[in-house]
Design a protein. Sequence first.
Length: 449
Amino acid sequence: MITVRFAPSPTGYMHIGNLRTALLNYLFALSAHRQTGEAFSFVLRMDDTDTERSKPEYEQAVYEDMRWLGIPWDRLEHQSGRLARYHEVLEELKQRGLVYACYETAEELEYKRRRQRARGLPPVYDRAGLRLTAEERAKLESEGRRPHYRFMLEHRETSWDDIVRGRCSYNGAHLSDPIIVREDGTFPYMLPSVIDDMDFGITHIIRGEDHVTNTAVQIQMFEVLGGKVPVFGHPPLLTGREGKLSKRVGSLSSRELREQGIEPMTIASLLARLGTSEPVIACQTWEELAQHFDLTRFGRAQPHFDTDDLFKLNPRVVRSMPLDQVNARLKERGEKEISEAFWETISPNINKITDIAQWERICFSDETFSLTEEDRNFCRQTVDLLPNGTFDHETFGVWTGIVKEKTGRKGRELFHPIRLALTGCEQGPELKMLLPVLGREKTIMRLQG
Ligand code: GLU
């Protein structure tokens, strides 16, 4: 069974980079499921140990965004609720001598790093804490210093086969022993994440390449704790106009995209392909996307994300949306459902769901539209030429055929005044489609003016 997870820190609104991580995990699991029939599970984990920056409203926004995107989760966990478990593991690591106390302040550590860099050395922690005697520690504590704790890495190669990056290898000697408990007793992300991934049986971790070095550290933690090391995949981060996107950069939040009428499937269709050399396909469902999804096709180069690409792709997604989906979307927005005939008529002219309202007003209101006197006279003349019977898709052709014959007008001269009279717009849906939607009464009313 495949178990993936999405682990946002609810310290801000999600933007496209976070959504991408969520959707790559989901698509990965879905496509594996399609190929092998294996069941999968999606864990949503709130990395909310940073109590100062984590906010309930950001957490709610994560749920809202996930629901909107259409990514369901099978299990929800909060790191803030698992502190007892983290302490239990910490105790075990302490007892096994794999954790040691350090007393440097942030400034002292920064000073050490600067000196190392100045001497051309990598800024790796020198393990000074490990060499402190019990007396020295007691003295530091009597001076009011509180310890933070580091996990002792083994100085050996740690390697894994990354789904995106291929074989990766890091030597523990070139990495700083990570701080796993801060001076104030809180846990940074590193160890809790491993404990959770282990406890929740995570089999595959797909996350941005900013976590690659964390992976080397975390694999050592998995090994020490006797957990099964998951499979990792680190797609490169997106770049945007503002450089690398992170949740702390003020790029468009998913909420803003939603408000601007971007469909979740537009985002999913673009992000499922951005970073591969394959063309973007406008898909309507996750199943369809999963059919074409392959994480191994993602390259090492950082793909460029441009919000405009979403706006360009959105019409392709919206126009091919089946009616029930369109109606579901309208319902979400508190708007009325529409008919098949109406959707068929207007969909080629729609760029986003919110454009529907304009055509509803045009098609169903009692408005008439102003015309020049000449156009109005012409339109009035055409009323008597309307064929009898219920309007269908043939009506317009028959009618304008007669009008042409009787008035000698053709082309734009014939069609443009009619379009203006019927819609008040220079452009829009095909008139032969529009006529049955308007019906005889409204057509006549608008031609008469
Ligand atoms: N909370 C971490 C982040 O948002 C999760 C990293 C991970 O997926 O392990 O970057």
